[in-house]
Design a protein around this ligand. Structure first.
Ligand code: ATP
Ligand code: MG
Length: 139
């Protein structure tokens, strides 16, 4: 059975440019329920842990720098088949390749500044939601 949760980050670039409100509105209109949300700045250590799977890639240091350069909005989202549904809403990793109307097409600037993160599997959705939220922070 497909999972009902996914974890999203509105990345610092998008927050800094004032896109968070519009992104939240689109997420709501797409039928996701926000079951937890926080506004925080990640430490370098937290970012390295969050992106551990990318450690060793040539873009790893840049990735850590971009995600820690300012606050992010962390969202735990709920919907049927949440992971796939949200990946569809955000579009391809590279905004230039993302479909029209997707969050990355609308608000991303480049593969590094691609506005939002979305979990890529049910397993990672659970791992990432436990990384950011305790039980009492979920509604
Ligand atoms: P995210 O995990 O942020 O939702 P994604 O699952 O579409 O994005 P991943 O392959 O998990 O893509 O890459 C994580 C992040 O690393 C991307 O969002 C992007 O910012 C960065 N990244 C991935 N590939 C590259 C690359 N070739 N060059 C530069 N940055 C990259
Ligand atoms: Mg990913």
């Amino acid at each position: 059975m497909k999972g009902r949760i996914t974890l999203s980050l509105i990345k610092p670039y998008a927050v800094k440019n004032g896109y968070a409100g519009q992104i939240l509105a689109i997420i709501n209109e797409a039928g996701f329920r926000i079951s937890a949300m926080k506004y925080i700045q990640l430490s370098t250590n937290q970012a390295k842990k969050f992106y551990a799977i990318h450690n060793g890639q040539n873009y790893f240091d840049k990735l850590v720098n971009f995600i820690t350069e300012g606050p992010v909005v962390v969202l735990l989202l709920e919907k049927e088949d949440a992971v796939a549904s949200y990946r569809k809403l955000i579009g391809a990793t590279d905004p230039h390749k993302a479909e029209d109307g997707t969050l990355r097409k609308l608000f991303g600037a480049s593969i590094e500044l691609n506005a939002v993160h979305g979990s890529d599997s049910d397993e990672n959705a659970i791992r990432e939601s436990n990384f950011f939220f305790s039980e009492t922070e979920r509604f």
